[in-house]
Design a binder for this molecule. Structure first.
Ligand SMILES: NC(=O)c1ccc[n+]([C@@H]2O[C@H](COP(=O)([O-])OP(=O)(O)OC[C@H]3O[C@@H](n4cnc5c(N)ncnc54)[C@H](O)[C@@H]3O)[C@@H](O)[C@H]2O)c1
Ligand SMILES: O=c1ccn([C@@H]2O[C@H](COP(=O)(O)OP(=O)(O)O[C@H]3O[C@H](CO)[C@@H](O)[C@H](O)[C@H]3O)[C@@H](O)[C@H]2O)c(=O)[nH]1
Length: 328
C-alpha cells in the first residue's frame, strides 16, 4: 500500500513509518515539523514539509503519489495546554481534520486511520475500558478527538469513507535498536521524565498525587509500546475494504501500572535511582485508566509483543541513554 503518514516525523508516526517499511508498504510523510523531527525518519523516506490543512499541497500529494491510505498522527497533544489554549487545539485537531477529509473525498481517497485516545472516555464508568463505554472527555484535547470520531462516523455514512479510530492508552517505549524514540519538547510524559531524572538531566520527578483511590495512592495507567500500536495500524488495512465503515478500537496491554511502579521499573532497568518527591494532584488526572483490548485481538488478531512494562522501559532507556539530547 502507498500510505500518506501525516505527522510521520513525530513520536508514534516515525515508529509507524518504520513498521510500514518492514511490512513492505510504501510510506510518504507529510509533517509541518511544528513538533516532529526530520531525523526521526530515514533519509530514503519521501518527506513533504507542510500543513495538513493546506488543501492544495495535500491534494497534489494524494494524486501525485497515488495514495491508497492516509494515516493521521498530526495533532497537538498537551492536555494542560488544551485547557489554556482551546482555539489552538480545536483548529489543528478538529478543523485540520475536517479540511483533510474534505480534500481526501475530493481526490477519491477513502481509507483513513486516526489516532484517538483513551482521554475521550474522561473518568470511565467502569474498568477495564471497553469500546462502548460512554465517552465523556474532561478536557479540550479529549473533546476534539471525540469530535473527530463522530465526524468520521458521519463521513463514513455520507461519503463512503472507511475509517478506523485507535484509542491509544499511554504510548511509550522506543525502537528495539534504540535508534529512534520519544523526543517531545516540552516533555510531559511519565516514563521519559523518570528516565531524565535518573540521568540527572532534570531535577527530582514530581509525583502528581499520592491520595488516589488505587493500591499505592498513585495513578494507574496502561503503558503500551509504540511498536505494538504501529502493528495494530497496519493490521487494520485489511478491514478498510468496502465502503462506509467506521471502526474503533481501544489499544492497551490491559495491565495497569502505578506511577511508583514505573519509577521502580526505571530504577531496576537503569540501575540508577530516580530522585522523586510527592506533589499535588495534576488537574484532570483520573485515578485509573486501562484498556480491554479484546475487540482488537479478535478482529485484528492484535497481540502485544511488549506485555511487561519493564520491557517497554528497557527500550525507552536504550534510546534516552544513547541520545541524551534527543534528535539534536
Ligand atoms: N503520545 C501518547 O501517549 C498518545 C496517546 C493517545 C493518543 N495520541 C495521539 O497520537 C498522535 C501522535 O502523538 P505523538 O505522541 O506522536 O505526537 P508528536 O507531537 O510526537 O507527533 C505529532 C506530529 O504531528 C506534526 N503536526 C502537528 N500538527 C500538524 C499539522 N497541522 N500539519 C502537519 N503536521 C503536523 C508534528 O510536527 C509532529 O511531528 C496524536 O494525534 C496524539 O493525539 C498520543
Ligand atoms: O511528571 C510527571 C508526569 C506524569 N505523572 C503521572 O503519570 C501518569 C501518566 O501521565 P502522562 O505520562 O502525562 O500521561 P497521561 O496524562 O496519562 O496522558 C497521555 O496518555 C493519554 C492517553 O492515556 C494521551 O491521550 C495523552 O496525549 C498523553 O499525554 C499520570 O498519572 C500523571 O499524573 C507524574 O506523576 N509526574
Amino acid at each position: 500500500m502507498k500510505v500518506l503518514v501525516i505527522g510521520g516525523a513525530g513520536y508514534i508516526g516515525s515508529h509507524c513509518v518504520r513498521q510500514l517499511i518492514e511490512a513492505g508498504h510504501e510510506p510518504v510523510v507529510l509533517d509541518n515539523l511544528s513538533y516532529g523531527h526530520r531525523q526521526a525518519l530515514g533519509k530514503s523516506v519521501k518527506f513533504y514539509l507542510g500543513d495538513l490543512a493546506d488543501k492544495n499541497l495535500v491534494g497534489k500529494i494524494l494524486d501525485g503519489e497515488k495514495i491508497d491510505i492516509v494515516m493521521h498522527f498530526a495533532a497537538f497533544i498537551n492536555v494542560g495546554e488544551s485547557v489554556l489554549e482551546p482555539i489552538k487545539y480545536y483548529k489543528n485537531n478538529l478543523s485540520g481534520v475536517i479540511s483533510l477529509i474534505e480534500t481526501m473525498i475530493e481526490h477519491n481517497v477513502k481509507k483513513f486511520v486516526f489516532s484517538s485516545t483513551c482521554a475521550t472516555f474522561g473518568i470511565p464508568k467502569s474498568l477495564p475500558i471497553v469500546e462502548d463505554l460512554p465517552q465523556n472527555p474532561i478536557n479540550p484535547y479529549g473533546q476534539t478527538k471525540l469530535d473527530v470520531e463522530h465526524f468520521l462516523q458521519n463521513c463514513a455514512r455520507a461519503y463512503g469513507l472507511n475509517a478506523v479510530a485507535f484509542r491509544y492508552f499511554n504510548a511509550s517505549g522506543a525502537a528495539e535498536d534504540g535508534s529512534i524514540g520519544e523526543d517531545h519538547s516540552p516533555e510531559s510524559h511519565l516514563i521519559p521524565l523518570a528516565i531524565y531524572a535518573a540521568m540527572g538531566k532534570r531535577p527530582a520527578l514530581k509525583i502528581f498525587g499520592s491520595d488516589y483511590n488505587t493500591p499505592d495512592g498513585t495513578c494507574l495507567r496502561d503503558y503500551v509500546h509504540v511498536d505494538d500500536l504501529s502493528r495494530a495500524h497496519i493490521a487494520s488495512f485489511k478491514l478498510l475494504e468496502g465502503s462506509g465503515k467506521f471502526l474503533h478500537y481501544n489499544l492497551g496491554t490491559g495491565t495497569p501500572n502505578s506511577v511508583l511502579e514505573i519509577i521502580r521499573g526505571v530504577e531496576k532497568v537503569s540501575g540508577l535511582k530516580v530522585p522523586h518527591e510527592f506533589a499535588p494532584r495534576r488537574e484532570g488526572d483520573p485515578d485509573a485508566l486501562y484498556a480491554d483490548s479484546s475487540k482488537a485481538k479478535k478482529e485484528l488478531g492484535w497481540r502485544v509483543k511488549y506485555a511487561n512494562v519493564e520491557d517497554i522501559i528497557r527500550t525507552a532507556c536504550k534510546w534516552h541513554f544513547a541520545h541524551p539530547n534527543g534528535f539534536e
